[in-house]
Design a protein around this ligand. Sequence first.
Ligand code: C2E
Ligand code: MG
Ligand code: MG
Length: 595
Amino acid sequence: MSNDKTHSLKTSILLAALNEEHLNKVQKCCSSLNVDVSASDSGHEALKMAIESSFDLVIIAADMPGMDGYEVASLLRRRKKTQSIPIIFLLSENDKKQKMFKGYEYGPVDYMFYPVDESILASKIKIFIEMQKHKKVNYLETVGELRVVKAELKARNKALSNLANQDALTHLYNRRQFEVELARILRECKRYNKQFALLFCDIDNFKIVNDTLGHDAGDQLLKQISQVFLNNVRQTDIVARLGGDEFGIILNYIDNYREAGNVAKHLLNALSDPLVVSGINQSPTFSIGVACFPFAGQDVTTIMRSADIAMYRAKSMGKNQSQFYNKSLQKEYGSRLEIESNLKFAIEKNEFYLNFQPIYNLKKLEIFGFEALLRWRSENLGDMNPDQFIAIAEESGDIHAIGQWVLSESFKVLKDWQSKDFKGVKLAVNISGKQIQFGDFYNKLMMQASEHGISLKDLVLEVSESVLMKNKPKLVELLQKITGHGVKFLIDDFGTGYSSLVDLRNLPVCALKIDNAFVGSLGESSDGGALVKAIIAMARNLGIQTIAEGVETKEQCLFLKNEGCRFGQGYHLGKPMSRVEACRLLASGKYKGCA
Ligand code: C2E
Ligand code: MG
Ligand code: MG
């Protein structure tokens, strides 16, 4: 017997009676009529069933113990769901007069008398079935109609809410919804300690388009511009028309403020492509104000105002540009951009060269090798230190070409030394993490080595500690492949990352370069000495050599030597020098052959 009868077309009857014989008779009668019967032998249970399920007819004995049939009927009539279910009371002939009237108080009811006559009961049930079927069909029709009305209502509600949230012309969010989204993103970024940026983009001289081509053309242009915005930001970013010719963009979750600057630059570039309006090419320019959270404010109003101020600054500085709200960010971003754009042509313009700083065996005070240090003499920016441009090159991707250039130049020098009397002198080359993580570093290295015809056993690659710790499994495999050719690896700037002893044991590194900062602190405090001692002892236990960098004084040199640090490098021992000077130094007798 099914319990979920709400929308079934099959009639269901709830039967509550005590007498087995009556029960059987009613059930037999119902099964011949193909109706579902749920039976119960207590008034209380019958009431519960009627409330929990849906029945088309209740047949109930008037004389049920505990809660009798009339009580059940009375309670059914009090509930909306059950108030109109027809009820047939089962009565004994003796009760006929007395109780029949009582039953009528409960609405649509009928009576059957013991002993139950099956044919009469069957015809009564049939009548009720017919009545119920009719009701159900109507019910289903009503449900169908209701569904249509509901769908219409939903569509209208959506249209209404769109009208409230959207800009009618571009279908982008309007200012109201933009502020709602901004508040949400601000909350999320505060909670998860993330950054986001707000861009206010205003079309320069839009009035001229409206005045010369008319408002329809202006509208068309706005629509096309909104599409350019949508096509040039991530799907998760939010684009809105804030009114007139002003658009707002929220760059959700950015890594740093420079990302926002790059998007603004990218947008200005994308918007510089002409748009065709009424058959005429239009190339409007834009002024973009960039406000970055957390730098430009902590609440919606302040951040919006910051973006606005930045946008007006972009206008006042000549339009067709973007400006950060924070002047310090603008300055930094500007100089980064300048460096980035000059870096692109530095190789072509032959602006790079290498310096070589000697690395000494501290015990013998003999040259062990040199570290190749990159120098950039930029035509536009002057002399630049690697600390000023390597990170930018890593971000822009130029590091791959630059790294290849450094390797190629280093190989030329190594070839030169290997063919002279300086066989075995080591050349240490700095490798950026980006170079080994991406790109085909192994193949490029092997190709260059064979092109220059050098022996790789004199090559040392310096990789910074943080890089090694970040991508261990893949990197270990690559390093092992490379060391298989005789190349040595050393960990640069050791002590600034978070290597553990276990990490070091699993890496194919031959030496640790103790960072400048630790060596510099020697003699300044006992802690500095203790740290350097600990690094040297730890490396010794692992069978790894140590090289101290930034050795600036005789005292530091002595301390390191006494503690068993084998190699040293620093201004006290020799400053970075040109290739010619390095050759001269090697020839002066400071190099005594293979160390
Ligand atoms: P690094 O590899 O740790 O290089 C050592 C830095 O310490 C060099 O700075 C060097 O000139 C400086 N130095 C040497 N002796 C002393 C000293 O006694 N005292 C002090 N205070 N400094 C000393 P530089 O040449 O400015 O290089 C800075 C960093 O730039 C390097 O640190 C390295 O990480 C990176 N770099 C340099 N050349 C390259 C390169 O060709 N490729 C890559 N990817 N990075 C490079
Ligand atoms: Mg180095
Ligand atoms: Mg270093």
